[in-house]
Design a protein around this ligand. Structure first.
Ligand SMILES: Cc1cc2nc3c(=O)[nH]c(=O)nc-3n(C[C@H](O)[C@H](O)[C@H](O)COP(=O)(O)O)c2cc1C
Length: 212
């Protein structure tokens, strides 16, 4: 079935090479702050693409929890499909689809686990219900009904009653260490602005305009 056309607002100013920050992480901060200020719901929701050893891709939404020059971090279950793929093939792509701004940011890179200390620090900042939920879900495994989940949750509530919920050894963060960043700004007549940052020999980044 053919779907209805939806207008996307491409009236925002275009992007020029000399307006981009030479540091792609600083450029990300600039756009991220604008996405949040423009009222984009959950601007930290990103699509995460991974692939198995033989190259079969899968994709899902995860939440960006921290980022800096070291990389972009999300948290998940280390037994999930995404985690199994990352262990087999430690490469991933991230996509921030900030459509109402006519923008997207794409990041590709290598993936590694964050330290246990980093996972613990984040885990301890979570509400107790989320901590217990992490223990109760064997993410990506098949279950016969919702009651399996609810029963698991109750069991974990009981197990950790009156004490701090420990960090599960099957749960933690991954850091995507960017190799390429791409900033895409929609323009009229499909003549969109698109710039990629690639690492250069001097330890900095080279920026190229790419055809839309
Ligand atoms: C808005 C949104 C945010 C999500 N954030 C996370 C997250 O931060 N970590 C996570 O493991 N799953 C998150 N999920 C669930 C994943 O999309 C996915 O269903 C789950 O991680 C299992 O994926 P996998 O089977 O490919 O490993 C989120 C889903 C949505 C819709």
């Amino acid at each position: 079935m053919r779907v209805k056309e939806f207008a996307i607002d491409f009236s925002r100013d275009g992007l020029e090479l000399d307006e981009l920050d030479p540091d792609p992480v600083k450029q990300f901060s600039r756009w991220y702050d604008e996405a949040a200020a423009d009222g984009i719901a959950t601007p930290n929701a990103m699509s995460l693409a991974t692939a198995s050893r033989d190259g079969v891709p899968t994709i899902r939404t995860v939440l960006l929890k921290l980022y800096d020059e070291q990389g972009f971090v999300f948290f998940t279950n280390y037994g999930s499909t995404k985690a199994k793929q990352i262990e087999e093939n430690p490469n991933a792509a991230l996509l921030f689809p900030w459509i109402s701004q006519g923008r997207q940011v794409k990041i590709t890179g290598a993936v590694e686990r964050v330290s246990t200390a980093e996972s613990l620090s984040y885990f301890l900042s979570r509400p107790r219900g989320s901590q217990i939920g992490a223990w109760a879900s064997n993410q990506s495994s098949m279950i016969s009904s919702r009651s399996v989940l609810e029963k698991g949750f109750s069991q974990m509530m009981e197990k950790f009653k009156n004490r701090e919920v420990p960090l599960p050894d099957f749960w933690g963060g991954y850091r995507v260490k960017p190799r390429v960043f791409e900033y895409w700004q929609g323009r009229s007549n499909r003549l969109h602005d698109r710039f990629q940052y690639h690492p250069n020999e001097t330890g900095g980044w080279t920026i190229h305009r790419v055809s839309p």
